[in-house]
Every structure is written in C-alpha cells, then in structure tokens.
Design a protein around this ligand. Structure first.
Ligand SMILES: [Cu+2]
Length: 156
C-alpha cells in the first residue's frame, strides 16, 4: 500500500473519530456488574449504563452477599447489583452521571451507593411513570467497617 493512501485513511479515521466524540481520554470504561439471575431492575440499570457509554460485562451470581462482603460494603448501603469500574464500587441504582463525575473527581471513597431500591421515573432501572423519587448517591467510606456515608449527589 502506498503511503499517501495510508495517511489519507489515517486522517479520515481521525476525523470520523472526532466527529463521533471519540478520543483516547473518553474511551468506554469497562464495568463489571454482579447481579442475581432473576433481577430485572438490575438489567434495566445495565441498559442505562450501556446507553451512557460504559462497556458492561454482566456476571450472574446466586450469592450476592459474598461479593458485597468481598468489596467491603456495609450492609446498610447494600442494594441489588454491585458494579466495579477501575477498582471502584458502584452499588445499586446509581445514575450514570454520578459515576462519570466520581471517576473524574476521584474523591476519597471506595465508590458510590444508592442503598435499598428507590422507585421513580428518575431512578435508572427502577422507573415508575408519573412519580419521582427523592434519593441520594452516597459515598462509600474508604474504611470497610463503619457506615458513615456522605451524600455525593441528591436527586429529586
Ligand atoms: Cu434494583
């Protein structure tokens, strides 16, 4: 192949990539999600994360408590699914924009959690039409034993 053609191809690829908003700094992060096989709201949340540009790998587990213990999550912060990105933990129905901000800011925490299962049209994976939920993404404390979560983002 002659060089001019090769460099034209490289240029058009670079243009195409920039038009699509793809650059090396914003490439898709890989997210690993652990959930129980029957969890429908977990699947809804996985779709929300994929739409937000995450590359999601799903693992079905029958014993979700084991993974929550392994990552050092206080039971009071627990929800349905547990996700890992870059060594950080994202528990439950955390909105993608909170995760993006967290990964940019990298605050001193293990990750984010939306404890329990809030339901409303503004909760990814737990959509209930015509009803908005007031819920928060909490910082998961870096030390595993205490539940002393700070609020990272409030949604209403
Ligand atoms: Cu759920």
């Amino acid at each position: 192949m002659n060089r001019p053609l090769l460099s034209r191809l490289a240029l058009s690829f670079a243009l195409g990539a920039s038009m699509l908003g793809i650059s090396e700094t914003s490439s898709a992060e890989t997210m690993t999600v652990y959930k129980s096989p029957s969890c429908g709201c977990c699947e809804g949340w996985v779709k929300h994360m994929e739409q937000a540009g995450f590359d999601v790998e799903v693992h079905n587990l029958h014993d979700m408590n084991a993974i929550k213990q392994k990552v050092g999550l206080h039971p009071g912060l627990a929800s349905c699914h547990t996700a890992l990105v870059d060594g950080y933990v994202f528990e439950g129905h955390v909105p993608a924009q909170d995760i993006r901000r967290f990964l940019e800011e990298k605050p001193e925490a293990k990750g984010l959690a939306v404890p329990g299962m809030p339901a409303g049209e503004n909760v990814p994976g737990m959509e209930v039409p015509g009803r908005r939920a007031r819920f928060a993404s909490y910082l998961i404390p870096a030390t595993a034993t205490e539940k002393q979560p700070g609020i990272y983002a409030v949604h209403e």
